[in-house]
Design a protein around this ligand. Sequence first.
Ligand code: ZN
Ligand code: ZN
Length: 306
Amino acid sequence: MVVRFFAVAAAVVLTTAAAAAAAAQSPSPTDSARVVLLGTGTPRPNPEASQAATAVVMGQRVFLVDAGAAVMRQLAAAGLPVNGVSALFLTHLHTDHTLGYPDLVLTSWVMGRRTPLEAYGPRGLRRMTDHLLAAWSEDIAIRTNGLEREAPGGYRVAVHEIRAGVVYDSGGVRVTAIPVQHGEWRDAFAFRFDTPDRSIVISGDTRPSAAIEQAARGVDVLVHEVYPETRLAPEQRPGGEHWPDYMRAFHTSDVELGRLAAAAQPRLLILSHIVRMGGTDAELLAGVRSGGFTGRVVIGRDLERY
Ligand SMILES: [Zn+2]
Ligand SMILES: [Zn+2]
């Protein structure tokens, strides 16, 4: 399979200079796609579980899904490059998935990035990016024109506002955006990564999704958000009576995830973006089992690799 891939790749690279450039990124036989959990948490500040961020690493290339707060610190902690990633994929524009976006854009520049950051995400990403660069325009001017002499324009972002389907396909990595339902969000996506040796689906935020169930059939790894069904109750605050309705419209319970995984049969199910509401690991695992999934399942922790 891998040998055949290289034969095809070799035939293609001889045709154009652009293809030759892509060949420089082609995987070597020792490259194996790995999932690195950078943030397994939620909006709630938690030193043990940073906001949403997951890396798919293949050889020298790092693909980042979501950029919650602390994403740069977590990249550093994981020993991954802080001067830019190969591409960023944003599932949706909630703060716990994007607060680290300006940090990623600007700090990677300060750390040496000279080429535009490739950023893929839903409609609204271009406007968000323009506003962020405007918000830090004073900093950008000082760093460019002052004695820091950062690379002019190195802070730039190549924004790709995406729709469902294949959004990236280069050097042996294909990324497919899968539309999901996340409450009132018009655009929210899961992403499926296909590499020469592994298939990985990352759910983003979603209520139980038939599209994810379909996309995750037989994959090597499914990283999925979750909350413990048994802990769902109204919150003691104004408007808190709507909390259970919100969770059901926006998120997936452990029991629902167990049902989905039983149908999709991923080789490994990783729980991440865990809205705990006091729930323990044992409760979450019991929920997944009661949904019917009997395969391998782990509770994701920040900086773990799979
Ligand atoms: Zn979220
Ligand atoms: Zn969300």
